[in-house]
Write a protein that binds this ligand. Structure first.
Ligand code: TXA
Ligand code: MG
Length: 342
């Protein structure tokens, strides 16, 4: 299959890409979080092709994307007042809400679940594509299953060229980690995946929010996460990753004592000169959590084009976007984490 690459957000290109979606094709779509692999969420065949192209297990549900909160009642069974309040405050933006499924959404899309994840992305191209297609768009992250999520159209091409109908280039993602997922079908609401909207912002609106154990800890053998995609190892480069947590000065020192020529290092920009012999990916200044989020997947992906045989990563704290970045790093490491004392 020849994958068409759309670059300009012209009338003609938007109409062409929307038509592909409406007719059951697959299009790589830009969002503020990561690129998605989009298809008509109501078309079981199209949805089946998403699973195929990603090599994704069939029981891992897809979230559906809509252009505004006005579509909630069409695709969700019972929309609680809290969902409307969150949508009002944070949509369009990096928040996915788990709500009861309306039967119009195929079980193939929800991985057999009676709930559905809904999100309104903050990217003009994708909002326009959904409006023109006239159907909700199911879109997982546009990576091959298990690889780091794509934050540029180029990343998406790496994984999907020849497997999907088109990719729409909308520039580099401004947030860089996937949406925050909150389950509103349980009391208190439960954070299933930390993401581009900080937990602190959700608590301001909702009060108490429980945090699913899969967010911070490795699950035991056989233990099932509530968000089926929150499995143990994910986002992983080919070389094994060790996350080093603690004060940045102490973690830089810990890593510097252990590296060799074939070591990859993910570090804060202030510390990059400590590893002259290594392949280094800088995450941005230690205090800039937004930049860490924008850089993390690109950094993890970059090592696969090198011959590094191990990777050490400095780890931010869990405040704000730090919770999402820490979660992605720990999962890339299969929860292989070293805590360094000062
Ligand atoms: O930012 C994002 O959310 C991106 C962009 C493209 O919108 N999409 C994304 O989709 O990250 P995906 O499929 O890579 O991750 C969605 C996660 C998976 O872990 C899945 O298991 C979980 O959401 N999920 C989806 N529907 C669910 C449901 N009904 N109940 C629990 N978890 C659900
Ligand atoms: Mg994903």
């Amino acid at each position: 299959m020849n994958t068409v690459f759309f670059k300009e957000a012209s009338e003609e290109n938007l109409n062409k890409a929307a038509a592909i979606l409406r007719e059951g094709g697959l299009v790589g779509i830009p969002t503020e979080t990561v690129y998605g692999l989009g298809a008509n969420a109501l078309d079981e065949n199209a949805v089946a092709h998403i699973f195929e192209a990603k090599g994704r297990p069939q029981d891992n549900p897809l979230i559906i994307h809509m252009p505004d909160a006005g579509w909630l009642d069409r695709y969700c069974g019972d929309v609680p007042e809290t969902a409307r309040r969150l949508a009002e405050r944070f949509w369009p933006g990096p928040l996915t809400m788990i709500l009861p499924r309306d039967p119009i959404v195929p079980l193939r899309t929800t991985g057999g679940l009676e709930t559905v994840g809904v999100r309104c992305p903050r990217h003009p191209v994708t909002l326009e594509l959904i409006r023109r297609a006239g159907v909700p768009i199911a879109a997982p992250s546009g990576n091959t299953s298990g690889r780091p999520s794509p934050t540029t159209a180029g990343h998406m091409l790496e994984d999907m060229q020849g497997k999907i109908d088109a990719i729409f280039d909308g520039g580099a993602c401004s947030v860089g980690v996937e949406s925050t997922i909150i389950d509103l079908t349980v009391t208190p609401p439960r954070l299933l995946r930390p993401g581009g909207l900080p937990l602190e912002a959700l608590r301001e609106v909702l009060g108490e929010v429980a945090v699913d154990r899969a967010v911070t800890d490795a699950l035991k053998e056989g233990e099932k996460p509530r968000a089926p995609g929150m499995k143990y190892r994910h986002y992983a480069p080919k070389a094994p990753v060790t996350v080093v947590a603690g004060d940045p000065e102490a973690t830089a020192e810990y890593i510097a004592e252990r590296v060799g020529e074939k070591t990859g290092v993910i570090c804060f920009t202030e510390y990059r000169d400590r590893f002259p012999a290594c392949t280094v990916e800088a995450l941005g200044p230690a205090a800039d959590r937004e930049e860490h989020a924008r850089r993390i997947f690109d950094a993890l992906r970059a090592f696969d084009a090198t011959d590094v045989s191990e990777i050490f990563a400095q780890c931010p704290d869990t405040e704000g976007l730090g919770l999402a970045v820490t979660n992605r790093l720990k999962k890339a490491a299969g929860f292989h984490v070293v805590e360094v004392q000062e």
